[in-house]
Design a protein around this ligand. Structure first.
Ligand code: CP
Length: 339
């Protein structure tokens, strides 16, 4: 039997994503119990997490299964992710054996692996998550890789459906936000893909030099058009926010300066006013657009505390929905298909 991975939302058909979201709604309403007795999820966290780890472990527990969590270099062996490496350095465990072995213990393997290199041409291939999927014979779930955070995208989609009702033709703005560090593009790309899946008109507001990868734009634009929406890219943040129904504030680093922190910081300098403020959220549709963020968020840097604490913030709902969409995903991938 061919196994099914979940590495990116766009790898699954729109019908399959809609079915997952529908199952997540049923999970959230308490209509789905059990389904994962004696099922095991192995998780490898190469990078830190609060929501992803807690929600995946909780999802397995709620449905009668078990999750085991490994942190390479912190209680499990340091891991070599270069498949061709000559391992005469500090790494002990190779990704190929790790993936194969964990596949013998578990029904699915979930992995978090942020970009670590200095060359976007390499990082954009998303090799680590793809190699886990290649060498593990059980379904592999992406818990945020160099390019995608699809579980977050599912939660973003569910949250927007809950708060906006019909999403078709509504306006979604992904706004770049300043941050003291150059963060990866996996979350903003996945959020825009989620909005495109919902048939929204997607606007990405970012300063010059902060475009997402061209392939991301192609995926977002193609999906949006298939679903009745569109994609626009602008550096006019306030103009983009006028009449928006949903605003996703998120920091990311310039791919043009990927791997060159000093040059990237020089580009970012002077852009601290790219921040979601109360004044900006009032520009949204009826002054009532919702504010989204994947969390963790830098308060008063990416989004003002008054917005995060105000009635338009749905960031905690998004975090809760991580649990429900992942329950649905796990049931779909490894559930026993009980009624
Ligand atoms: N949003 C998200 O993935 O949160 P964590 O990094 O805490 O897992």
């Amino acid at each position: 039997m061919t196994k099914r991975d979940f590495l990116a939302m766009e790898d699954w058909s729109s019908d399959e994503i809609d079915a997952l979201l529908a199952l997540a709604v049923r999970c959230k309403r308490g209509e789905v119990a059990g389904g994962m007795a004696r099922r095991v999820l192995a998780m490898v966290f190469m990078d830190p997490s609060l929501r992803t780890r807690a929600s995946m472990e909780t999802a397995m527990f709620l449905h009668g299964g078990h999750a085991l969590t490994l942190e390479p270099g912190k209680g499990s062996w340091t891991m070599e992710t270069d498949v061709d490496a000559v391992m005469d350095g500090s790494t002990v465990e190779h990704i190929i054996e790790a993936a194969r072995v964990l596949g013998r213990y578990a029904d699915a393997l979930a992995v978090r692996t942020f970009p670590k290199g200095s060359d976007w041409a390499v990082e954009r291939q998303d090799l680590t998550i793809r190699n886990f999927a290649r060498y593990c014979d059980k379904p592999v779930i992406n818990l945020e890789s160099s390019r995608r955070h699809p579980c977050q995208g599912l939660a973003d989609a569910l949250t927007m459906r809950e708060h906006l009702g019909e999403t078709a033709a509504k306006r979604f703005v992904l706004m770049w936000a300043w941050h003291p560090k150059a963060l990866p593009t996996a979350v903003p790309a996945s959020a825009a893909i989620a909005a495109a899946h919902l048939g929204m008109d997607v606007t990405i507001a970012r300063p010059p030099h902060y475009d997402l990868d061209p392939d991301d734009y192609a995926v977002i634009r193609g999906l949006a058009r298939r679903r009745g929406g569109n994609l626009a890219v602008t550096d006019d943040l306030d103009g983009a926010l006028d009449g928006a129904h949903a605003v996703y504030a998120k920091a990311w680093g310039s791919l043009e300066r990927f791997g060159d922190p000093d040059a990237e910081r020089a580009l970012r300098d002077g852009k601290r006013d790219w921040r979601l403020t109360e004044e900006r959220i009032r520009r949204t549709a009826g002054g009532a657009g919702i504010a989204l963020h994947c969390l963790p968020v830098r308060r008063n840097v990416e989004i003002d505390g008054a917005v995060l604490d105000g009635p338009q913030s749905v960031v905690v709902d998004e975090a809760e929905n991580r649990l429900h969409v992942q329950r649905a995903l796990l049931l779909e991938l490894i559930g026993s298909r009980e009624p």
